[in-house]
Design a protein around this ligand. Sequence first.
Ligand SMILES: [Zn+2]
Length: 285
Amino acid sequence: MNLKETIADAQKRKVAIGHFNVSNLEAVHAIKEAVQETGYPIIIGLSEGEGEFFGIRELACLVKEFKSQGLPIFANADHSYSVERAQAAIDAGFDAVIFDGAELSHEENIIKTKEVVEYARSKNPDCLVEAEIGFIGKSSSVLDKLPEGVATAEFLTKPEDAVKFAQATGIDLLAPAIGNLHGMLKDMPNPALDIERIQKISDDTGLPLVLHGGSGISESDFKKAIQSGIVIVHINTEIRVAFKDALMQSLADNPDQIAPYKYLKPAKDAVKKVIIEKLKLFNNA
Ligand SMILES: [Zn+2]
């Protein structure tokens, strides 16, 4: 199944596909092993910064290889702030790209998103285009407080705006602002999701919805969100924390170890553990 078919299948079964960002090969291996162990599909995300470090074409090569092995692993260019960057990922053979024009004017966001949609259709009709409207902050890190404006009425996605935006651009996937935020709050839970708003946006647009900023969201909110139209959930901060904590512990436990494949293994395994837990939750297992 291609990504579009995988999403349609998830919608039908009321489950969600996990989207996990990577910066390094260890996280890619963690994802591959999680897919092999569970059989659930996964989307690998590369933000602009992660993509500069890892390489867009390099990830495309790996994902192509995984597909040839029969593994349901897909590549997504997470948060492309320029049309050119989205085009580069489409050219590389990505399964999906996100054009993030959330900080542009509404009109400019429509024009540029449409440009990306048209480019994708002309180069690779299988490549899905996601856009986001509303604002949920930008940092996948552990935060001391809510970013300004996030989860306030002004920045939440209005269903009527979502419909107009979807019709004007022809996007395949929509990431709404529904109380979620990028990153997770230190020492306190993230705000509750606006489940009614998710349902309304889903019903009115008819589009599969993507939940960004999945780190720090409660299990019950995930379940309700998935029942209400969320089909893809992004997790980044939690696997970054898991990788770093396990790596620091591994180095502290074995200060004389210099073989990367030995001191990095606990970090890879820690990432895999978080991923498998999330996959089970998103798949009602
Ligand atoms: Zn995001």
